[in-house]
Design a protein around this ligand. Structure first.
Ligand SMILES: C[S@@+](CC[C@H](N)C(=O)[O-])C[C@H]1O[C@@H](n2cnc3c(N)ncnc32)[C@H](O)[C@@H]1O
Length: 346
């Protein structure tokens, strides 16, 4: 496996060099073992709740289709997996230029976020860099992949220094900002598989229009909406400069909510499974139902998962223990991540 390299001029980053709730990077040995042992005849994998893209990164010997409802994740997945080629020197030159910026004027980021999640100076840098990426793209100096890689580099840099515990529900007040923004060069493959595809849509809509040998499903399992936890990364990725509200300075997210975090999760899951066209379906679903606090409780019961998958094919369940993320309000240490494998009837 490649290792992030530090050079004299710039540092480099890999796909897993970010924090993300429910990120499966640490579970890749478990996931790949199940896929390699149980699904020998696959050439194309669709990662339809892709998040960071960690799971897709374990299958780059195959065609990968990535998808996520959040634009910020689509951008990162496009950066890592798109079939479009890019010029690494363009990325290096921009990163070096961005890291040498100082004394910048006020902009959308300083006006709205100074001394909250980031210092005033880092807000000025983030706003300047994001605007510059858009200008370079608009005048044709960079292509869509280069734009995605530069935005990814900015999002990863923000994640590294944000004054939060990993998500943007709140920031600590009155802190000294001792880390400053530094962009790294993402080590993305120049030549990905030419048939790779990246989407930014509701998984329930996507599956009506794609076929794949294996569809990997990793939906949110509780009521924490990803657009709430990562509103600021989404805001910067979209760069529509919306009005922001409240102490946490969130934008309007009413069109970004996931059904998988609500009471309709089971219904959405049932329809999703019915509409999938694949040899195999592999589902990750945590077993937090009725163990943690209300907010952490799983939205789809094991009984419903099994009932729904068994209508689609033969089902096997695999499990592995791991340490759960909790907010300290509940104390759970026998948390298990399970993989439900369904070999679909044809
Ligand atoms: C548990 S995370 C996936 C983590 C991912 N496997 C990883 O390793 O980083 C769930 C993801 O599903 C996305 N999501 C939620 N509802 C969705 C929907 N209806 N369609 C597509 N993506 C959705 C969220 O934005 C989030 O990134």
């Amino acid at each position: 496996m490649a290792v992030a390299v530090k050079t004299n001029e710039y540092k480099t980053s890999l796909i897993n060099n970010r924090r993300y709730l429910g990120n499966k990077y640490k579970l890749l040995p478990f996931i790949t073992r199940v896929v390699n042992d149980e699904c020998p005849d696959i050439e194309m994998i669709a990662d339809i709740f892709a998040g960071t893209g960690a799971v897709s990164s374990a299958f780059t010997d195959k065609v990968v289709i990535t998808n996520d409802l959040m634009y910020s994740n689509y951008i990162c997945n496009y950066a890592w997996f798109s079939a479009e080629e890019y010029d690494p020197q363009i990325i290096i030159d921009c990163v070096l230029r961005y890291n040498s910026l100082s004394d910048l004027e006020d902009n959308y980021m300083t006006d709205n976020f100074s001394d909250t999640y980031f210092s005033r100076d880092d807000c000025a840098k983030i706003g300047y860099i994001r605007e510059d990426i858009e200008s370079l793209y608009a005048c044709g100096s960079i292509n869509k992949r280069e734009r995605a890689i530069l935005i990814t580099s900015l999002l990863y840099a923000m994640d590294k220094i944000a004054n939060t515990c990993g998500h943007y529900d709140a920031y600590r007040k009155g802190v000294l900002f001792y880390k400053t923004l530094e962009l790294y060069v993402p080590l993305a493959e120049v030549h990905n598989n030419v048939d790779n595809q990246c989407y930014n849509t509701d998984a329930n809509e996507l599956v009506k229009n794609i076929t794949a040998d294996l569809v990997y499903i990793d939906p949110p399992y509780n009521s924490r909406q990803y657009c709430d936890a990562y509103h600021l990364l989404e805001n910067v990725a979209r760069w529509e400069k919306p009005e922001v509200f409240g102490v946490a300075k969130k934008m309007d997210r009413s069109t970004m909510k996931s059904k998988y975090c609500t009471q309709s999760a089971t219904e959405a899951f049932e329809q999703l499974i019915k509409d999938i066209n694949a040899k195999y379906i592999l589902l990750s679903y945590n077993n937090m139902a009725a163990k943690g606090n209300d907010r952490s409780n799983a939205k789809i019961s094991d009984d419903d998962i099994l009932r729904i998958l068994k209508q689609k094919g033969e089902v096997k369940v695999f499990s592995e223990s791991y340490k759960a993320f909790t907010t300290g309000k509940s104390d759970i240490d026998d948390n298990q991540e399970r993989l439900f494998l369904c070999r679909c009837f044809n």
